[in-house]
Ligand binder design. Structure first.
Ligand code: ADP
Ligand code: MG
Length: 376
């Protein structure tokens, strides 16, 4: 990566890549101890890096403000770092907090993961940093621990109360597979995701909107779910089955009911989606995606006009199913589309956005790629 040499005047010791992800199904379930099924994108954050033994941590992103951030690796504090550098600095801080022997480094980042699009550029940035540090400082850290360190960085250093899905997807995903993950036990299963073989494509529509209420609303939804679980006497909403749902809803104040209904039915949709893929019936995913979107729109209320329009237009134009992906309030939509309709669906969504006066969306087809790795 030529930017490393231009910035630091030497060659990097290596380059590590970590992908963004699409969550196929299982939204707002990860902080309820539930199930998710993301896959990794071919788009990655790349970190070219070189260890330093003088304790200096230097961070530079081709996508940042073009300034090199200089920090003392031994003196990192959440309130001492601002902006994008909190993500990689948080990883170094979290590694030290977990008792790993780490020091300084020079890091230079490049990325083709759209930032703030619900495709988890933040986890990709953290996991590329964590993978680089694991090798540079020869840390004894398996992939799951590496993802947990990255999550700790985002939770405690950046201050975003995210679950573990994004980081585990970025580290543990395998090419050609979705990652079926039990976020309580962290048990994982690779589920074959070979849409090409079925004449299908997964179209991603980045709406390029991010509504400001996202952060506060996320925390409120999370605490609403935790409160509902407490009222029901359950460790988490994961412990409620679809069969028990109606009886449980009767016991809850009305404001909690839609949240609980979404989480319980969404966990069931993850199981349905995995069963469809296991059975070689990828087309059966379509209705599961659309049902998931309706649940996010009507019960969880995290969709927005742009994501709703992308979903309804995609389905009208021939998608087998579509849903918003990521936490919501903007971000991206995925649509499962027969190969021959892919261009038509993308054009229909773009035209509908223009007609509604929305900014032009970005569309691309996603394939399931590999998790974090050394690339140079
Ligand atoms: P998402 O994870 O959905 O992309 P987030 O808001 O969680 O959205 O994370 C986006 C933030 O991550 C950006 O605002 C920026 O601070 C940081 N980020 C992501 N990619 C890069 C990059 N290549 N260089 C610098 N910062 C980045
Ligand atoms: Mg993020």
């Amino acid at each position: 990566m030529s930017g490393f040499r231009a910035t630091y005047g030497t060659a990097p010791a290596g380059t590590w890549a970590a992908p963004g992800r699409v969550n196929l199904i299982g939204e707002h379930t990860d902080y309820n101890d539930g199930f998710v099924m993301p896959f990794a994108l071919p788009q990655t954050v790349r970190a070219a890096a070189r260890r330093r033994d003088d304790g200096l941590l230097r961070l530079h992103s081709a996508h940042g403000d073009r300034r090199t951030v200089e920090l003392d690796a031994a003196e990192l504090r959440p309130e001492g770092v601002t902006g994008w550098a909190r993500y990689p600095a948080g990883v170094v801080w979290a590694l030290a907090a977990e008792g790993h022997r780490v020091g300084g480094a020079d890091l230079y980042f490049e990325s083709d993961v759209p930032a703030g699009a619900g495709l988890s550029s933040s986890a990709a940035l953290e996991c590329a940093t964590a993978a680089a540090f694991r090798d540079l400082w020869e840390l004894d850290l398996d992939d799951t621990r590496l993802a947990l360190v990255a999550q700790r960085a985002e939770n405690e250093f950046v201050g975003v109360p995210c679950g573990i899905m994004d980081q585990l997807a970025s580290v543990c995903a395998q090419s050609g597979h979705a990652l079926l993950l039990d976020t309580r036990t962290l048990a994982q299963r690779q589920v074959r995701l070979d849409l090409d073989h079925h004449g299908l494509r997964l179209l991603v529509v980045d709406t390029r909107v991010r509504h400001e209420l996202a952060d506060g609303a996320y925390a409120a939804l999370r605490s609403g779910c935790e409160h509902a679980a407490r009222l029901l006497g359950l460790p988490a909403l994961r412990d409620l089955s679809v069969a028990e749902l109606t009886g449980a809803l009767d016991q809850l104040p009305s404001e909690h009911r839609p949240l609980v209904r979404h989480v319980v039915t969404e966990n069931a949709r993850v199981a349905d989606a995995a069963a469809a893929l296991d059975a070689g019936d990828a087309a059966a995913l379509g209705p599961v995606l659309t049902e998931g979107h309706h649940s996010l729109r009507d019960d969880y209320r995290v969709s927005c006009p742009e994501t709703d329009l992308a979903v309804s237009t995609a389905v009208e134009a021939g998608a087998l199913g579509a849903r918003m992906t990521g936490a919501g309030f903007g971000g991206s939509v995925i649509a499962l589309v027969p190969e021959e309709r892919t261009a038509g669906v993308a054009e229909a969504v773009t035209a509908a956005f223009a007609a509604a006066g929305h900014r032009a969306p970005r569309t691309f087809t996603a394939t399931a790629a590999a998790g974090a790795r050394r690339v140079g």
